[in-house]
Design a protein around this ligand. Sequence first.
Ligand SMILES: *[C@@H]1O[C@H](CO)[C@@H](O)[C@H](O)[C@H]1NC(C)=O
Length: 121
Amino acid sequence: MALKRSLTAVLACAIAVCAQLEGLTELTPSFLPLQEDAGTTSLFPMPPCGNFDLVEATIDDIQAAMANGTLTSTQLVICCLQRTYQTQDYLRSIAQVNPDVFAIAAALDAERATGSVHPHG
Ligand SMILES: *[C@@H]1O[C@H](CO)[C@@H](O)[C@H](O)[C@H]1NC(C)=O
């Protein structure tokens, strides 16, 4: 399936980016759903995104974490893509990933680093 190949390519890219970024969790074998976790709340574990816990986070929490430097746009993209890849076979939540997603995130991180933050759609 083209979508699955595309997500695999994006995840491989994300892993490469992860390896270069400090503070991101490393992928572990428990990242993907394991048969032994079927029927438990551990089936889709969600590790912290760098030093930020995305589980139950609100948009306001995410914005605050980005404002205080706990979370970058690039980290958020990686973590959301990881989550999408992890659950895609079950939820089919994403039809297409913008191939420019990492470039856009990096540009927003660079913009924020200058102290200039503008709303983006
Ligand atoms: C940054 O903001 C997040 C979200 O409000 C919060 O959880 C975290 O403790 C804050 N960290 C610092 C260093 O202020």
